[in-house]
Design a protein around this ligand. Structure first.
Ligand SMILES: Cc1cc2nc3c(=O)[nH]c(=O)nc-3n(C[C@H](O)[C@H](O)[C@H](O)COP(=O)(O)O)c2cc1C
Length: 223
């Protein structure tokens, strides 16, 4: 399964939730509940909005949507948003506004992507995962939902696999159904930003993103 990836296609993008559109995205998620489609949300956890993590996620989501017309996707780019880590004295931030999106009745899968920062996930990704804990109580809302992971590093063996494992570990705490990618990308999407932030030039990595998106969609459709 090959998919031509160009900057133009990325610009057209999947539905994206950004700093200016978080409330709108959450509202439209509620509208989607009536569409009967299975929703996959891809979360890009780089502070740099629209950069390699978001591009890789967009590729994964497009591949997921290409599997079947019953699949619907949404890209949530956390770049530029404020997401505080968990706190016993919570304050309002952009995660608060995004939360309804993750509670959508038709949510069927999550793909979480992070840049590699010193061989671990970004602090933004960690904060997001901590806050996602809101979906664990009083009921495990993500139980049985399909979850996959994507990581981008500037080095070929820069820690992408470690970051994917870290994201998987967090999603195990939700009873999520973990998947990697199709053959050749068994752990998930591993991208290498070696060409000046143009991740579309990383042919191998882009293919792993496509294989991850396809695998998530296929697993959802088994249910
Ligand atoms: C603080 C920091 C630490 C980083 N550490 C690593 C690392 O350990 N391994 C690696 O491969 N890349 C590392 N990088 C490079 C980023 O992972 C890479 O540039 C990635 O493509 C950034 O994602 P973005 O374009 O979505 O922001 C680091 C970058 C920053 C800013």
């Amino acid at each position: 399964m090959k998919q031509q990836v160009t900057r133009r296609i990325f610009a057209q993008g999947t539905m994206a939730a950004t700093a200016t559109g978080v409330l709108g995205a959450a509202a439209s998620a509620l509208g989607q509940q009536e569409s009967g489609k299975r929703l996959i949300i891809g979360v890009a956890c780089s502070p740099r909005k629209g950069m390699t993590t978001a591009t890789g996620m967009d590729v994964a989501l497009k591949a997921a949507a290409a599997v079947d017309s019953r699949i619907e996707t949404k890209l949530v780019d956390l770049g530029g948003l404020t997401v505080n880590g968990w706190s016993p004295t919570p304050t309002e931030d952009d995660f608060t506004k995004l939360l309804p999106l993750f509670k959508a009745d038709n949510l069927a899968g999550l793909i979480i992507g992070s840049p590699v920062y010193f061989r671990t996930m970004s602090s933004l990704c960690k904060a997001f995962l901590e806050r996602l804990g809101a979906l664990r109580q009083p009921k495990l809302l993500l139980s049985g939902k399909v979850a996959g992971a994507l990581a981008v590093g500037a080095m070929r063996n820069g820690g992408q696999e470690e970051v994917i494992s870290e994201i998987h570990n967090a999603m195990l705490c939700h009873e999520a159904t973990l998947v990697g990618g199709k053959a050749g990308a068994f752990q998930g999407a591993t991208l290498w930003n070696a060409q000046g932030d143009d991740i579309t030039k990383d042919e191998f990595g882009i293919e792993t993103a496509q294989k991850l998106g396809a695998r998530v969609a296929e697993e959802i459709l088994k249910a």
